[in-house]
Ligand binder design. Structure first.
Ligand SMILES: [Zn+2]
Ligand SMILES: [Zn+2]
Length: 232
């Protein structure tokens, strides 16, 4: 399908062209950020104290199931990392770690993207991070998560009673995983010839379902096909 394009309000490009720019650190939204995590394809799931470990395990499992369902022909290692780790002679909790990315206890997702990308552990072994937090985003009580491919970072904001909504959380995980895996945009923003508009796709803002439409699946398939071609 030669005519698959990603349309955007400022430009139109092919998926393949956008992969090349992104891997070279020239993406529109993250200049100079190279997604090194795709070398190892390791995804570490971490959670703040206050998040039930069984919920974190469910999130990790949903990520595994979803990436295998996508059939990208790419293996990801999903690791249930923990709610903290030993550093020198003391224990660092995930809350301590993400505190520099908070304002009055609320999470600034862009700051956490940057913090995550620049962490020293990444030199030891490149990876992507998934943070499950008990905080809302700064001035935002609507969003449930955020994720970015370039930095290899995803977060879920499960404050208040949100941890009880397990079925919806699964849907959010799928949506944010699509962002982490390379969709910076939503279903409406992509045009792939041969696919009709699907209003119930999981990649709409309002998450009308947990089901990803054929167009978005094809987008992700072509994205990773091109990564494999360029990286092998
Ligand atoms: Zn879609
Ligand atoms: Zn989204």
């Amino acid at each position: 399908m030669e005519n698959a394009v990603w349309t955007h309000d400022r430009w139109t490009t092919t998926i393949e062209g956008w992969v090349r720019r992104t891997l070279a650190g020239h993406s529109d939204r993250a200049i100079g950020v190279v997604p090194y995590w795709i070398e190892t394809r390791e995804i570490r799931v971490m959670w703040e104290e206050g998040i039930l470990p069984s919920l974190a395990a469910m999130v990790a499992e949903e990520i595994r199931v979803f990436v295998s369902e996508l059939g990208l022909g790419v293996e990801f290692e999903v690791i249930l990392y923990g709610s903290g780790w030993e550093e020198s002679d003391r224990r660092i909790g995930v809350s301590d770690y993400i505190r520099p990315a908070t304002i009055n206890g609320e999470l600034d997702h862009r700051a956490l993207f940057d913090l995550s990308y620049g962490e020293t552990y990444r030199q030891e072994r490149q990876h992507a991070d998934v943070y499950i937090t008990t905080r809302p985003f700064v001035d935002d009580r609507v969003s449930w998560g955020a994720a970015i491919f370039e930095h290899g970072c995803m977060m879920l904001t499960l404050w208040g009673k949100r941890q009880h909504s397990r079925q919806f959380i699964r849907s959010v995980v799928r949506h944010e995983m699509c962002h982490l895996l390379g969709m910076p945009i939503h279903c409406d923003d992509i045009g792939v010839e041969g696919w009709a508009h699907d209003t119930s796709c999981n990649m709409h803002y309002a998450l009308p379902s947990s089901r990803l439409c054929g167009k978005c699946r094809e987008y992700l398939g072509r994205w990773w096909l091109e990564i494999d071609r360029l990286c092998s």
